[in-house]
Ligand binder design. Sequence first.
Ligand SMILES: *[C@@H]1O[C@H](CO)[C@@H](O)[C@H](O)[C@H]1NC(C)=O
Length: 300
Amino acid sequence: MVRVAAAAAVVVVVVVVVVVVVVVVIVVVVVVVVEVAANWTEPCNDHWRNPEALTKWSNIREVILGIVDGGVLIKILRFKGAALTVLLLILDNQGEQSEYFDLFHSGKQEWRLAFRGTAKAGTSVYTAYLNGTGVKPNVEPACMGVDWRGPCTSHWRNNDALDHWKNIDQVLFTVIYKGEMVKTIYFSGEGTTYMYWMDLDHYLRSCWDDLEMGPHNFFSITGDYGSQRHFFINRNYGGCSNDAGWVVAIDQPKKTCPWQASDAYPVFKFAGGPKYENWNSARALEAEAIAVFLKYKKLE
Ligand SMILES: *[C@@H]1O[C@H](CO)[C@@H](O)[C@H](O)[C@H]1NC(C)=O
């Protein structure tokens, strides 16, 4: 029933949209709170979006789509019930289309870039992800996309994606090496928060055969906080020379462990082969970047 109603509502919305386009409307406004005190005759050459109203979209009983022509509100469409649900899903799309990428050439731009950590950016990748501390004010365009060979010297945090974490179907963690996305780990988005999805409970699949089986002594974004090892999926400790795992983002040196030493931070290490690696091994490679993508649930 709900599906039928939703499908009918989709048809209604599509018809409305087509009509709106055909009639060559001057301005279309969505009035969330019915306060039509606006002066429609004043000059205005831009769109306006109320970020507060749209991103914290909740407890809405009714939405009005108004059409302005000749300085007057000439049409009003009220959305309630099932039609409202459909309209909300359409209006409440997550972010800009430019934040979405067709990572696997599936023909669908369905993966939204939520975060990029850049090796040797000079600031903590952990706080960059946590709350944006250490993300440069004006990052290069390549930091916000998937041109992995383009110049990028900063982390990048998609604040909207991470701060409004909802309707997430899957989270994809990726490792970038020599300009290519070489490793992927998929997690379910169900029951997650932006800080808690990198764990065995949400693990779906990855490029590493033995990752699921473990064992693991760390499997989280926070990781080993004291040792500055984050986005850390580790198999075992055993003294520095025996430390082994799959992936780690190192924010700072730890004097006692040679494998953590570098001339600049952060350093991203990953097991280059299909199985875990000893962090001291030459097969534990250093990545240029790590990136987190989100796929949202769709209206079925
Ligand atoms: C970000 O998090 C760090 C670490 O918890 C904290 O020291 C810092 O004050 C936070 N910054 C902001 C802007 O919230």
